[in-house]
Design a protein around this ligand. Structure first.
Ligand code: GLN
Length: 445
């Protein structure tokens, strides 16, 4: 814990991963553990963990990187954090993100721009940019992020760390500020696959406070790290190597596939034919759900209230001042897609496309154990490069979004460098089969 705060002191001025530190409480927790460490085999005993700032922390400011929640101090902990405490992990502080998790570069934070520790002129990815950068910079060993369309895997890929988006329902969403409820999942970011397996085991499981959390046993994920993938059937979707995916990224992924083959895996090309419709379908569904979820920010119940004597004016002013541009863009898009007259043409159509994408995966998983490809079409881009061009920014998520629409689990882990920047290998698994993903990733690592 001392090392963690020391490192934050040394580098966070430049990396800017943390929004709020939990120093006093963390040091106290560490002291309590020091005094009673004998014979304690708790899964995360004394481990320093950073938390994305859309996961609520009792008594500690939780902003979602939004001015709207500038003064918001939650009254309870998210279930994932309670579970970390049960496993005796120590929460170090709250990590920067794109406002309400909308973005792919952490540039949409209303507080600060987090930088990629590999090259400070580049973005760390997003929206869990702080979560990935803090682990890559050695400030914490573990962090939690959230992934609605790629927000754990894409920053993990850009920062050269391991990031897992679990199966929808694997981890309780209670206390995760909702962006798109049918897609959101909390997941772990770490330096190694083994650490990742421990943290996921600690935070998983059914929760009475989240009706979408699944009542499925939590395996001992570490027991899957056998190193043995002989005979594993690996599908390689041709759509994940299409135009637009950088040639050197493709080459690094091909090398990784060769390595899996040399370990005894059987790799074959397959097709996920509806991949190209994933981005438009996602932006309709995610924005529609966001427009409903963010209706709760009215200046009354949470956060900052604008001055006005008129109730409706107060709502409007609070929302106008509290939300940033990207959040407003999503609310308007979602409200439009859900409005009568357009609902069938956009929202319903997007849901139908979602079913087709889910069926693409189901079909491949009838024959294969995992699907492998790149996490992102490119390595980390420059700060400012895409910020004024939302469509190019959205297109960056083409390879991560289908996984959320299908609800399946996927990991990103480092697989070499391209021009000195990390490339991420994505391994996608069957629902609730994170164990096989970890086995594959660990054998490769
Ligand atoms: N970049 C995507 C978006 O902006 C995904 C974000 C996320 O997964 N939270 O919506």
């Amino acid at each position: 814990i001392d090392e963690s705060f020391k490192r934050i002191q040394e580098v966070d001025d430049q990396v800017k991963a943390f929004l709020t530190l939990n120093e006093e409480a963390a040091r106290e927790a560490a002291k309590a553990i020091d005094e009673a460490v004998e014979g304690d085999s708790s899964l995360l005993l004394g481990m320093p963990i950073g938390i994305k700032d859309n996961i609520v922390t009792k008594g500690l400011r939780t902003t979602c990187s939004s001015q709207f929640l500038d003064n918001f101090i939650p009254l309870h902990n998210a279930t994932a954090l309670e579970k970390i405490y049960t496993a005796k992990g120590i929460m170090i502080g709250k990590l920067n993100m794109d406002e309400f998790a909308m973005g792919s570069s952490t540039e949409n934070s209303s507080y600060q721009k987090t930088r990629n520790p590999w090259d400070l002129d580049r973005v760390p990815g997003g929206s869990s940019g702080g979560s990935a950068a803090s682990v890559a910079a050695g400030e914490v060993l573990f962090s939690l992020g959230s992934d609605t369309g790629g927000s754990i895997r894409q920053p993990a890929s850009f920062c050269g760390v391991v990031g897992m988006k679990p199966t929808y329902g694997r981890v309780s969403r209670f206390g995760l500020v909702a962006f798109a409820s049918s897609l959101d999942q909390i997941g772990p970011l770490t330096r190694t696959v083994e650490d990742n397996a421990y943290l996921l085991e600690a935070i998983s499981g059914h929760d009475g406070y989240d009706s979408t959390s699944a009542d499925v046993d939590v395996p001992n994920y570490a027991s899957h790290l056998t190193g043995d993938i002989k005979g594993l059937k690996v599908a390689v979707p041709k759509e994940y190597f299409a135009e637009g995916v950088n040639a050197d990224v493709k080459a690094k992924i091909q090398d990784a596939i060769k390595q899996l083959e040399s370990l005894g895996a059987v790799c074959e090309e397959v097709s996920l034919p509806h991949t190209k419709y994933a981005v438009p379908a996602y932006y309709i569904i995610a924005s529609s759900e966001a427009s409903a979820n963010l209706a709760r920010f009215d200046g009354v119940r949470y956060g900052v209230r604008a001055e006005s004597n008129d109730l409706i004016e107060m709502y409007k002013k609070s929302r106008n001042e509290g939300f940033g541009d990207e959040v407003k863009r999503r609310i308007m898009l979602g409200t439009f897609a859900l409005s009568s007259g357009y609902y069938d043409a956009y929202y319903k159509k997007a849901q139908q496309v979602r079913t087709l994408i889910k069926q693409d995966f189901e079909k491949v998983f009838e024959e294969y154990d995992v699907i492998v490809g790149p996490t992102t079409p490119t390595t980390a881009f420059k700060i400012g490069e895409k910020v004024d061009d939302p469509l190019t920014m959205y297109a960056n998520d083409i390879l991560t979004i289908p996984v959320n629409l299908a609800g399946v689990p996927a990991i990103s882990l480092p697989c070499g460098l391209s021009d000195g920047l990390p490339v991420g290998l994505q391994i996608i698994g069957k629902p609730f089969d994170e164990g096989t993903i970890y086995r594959t990733a660990h054998a490769y690592e």
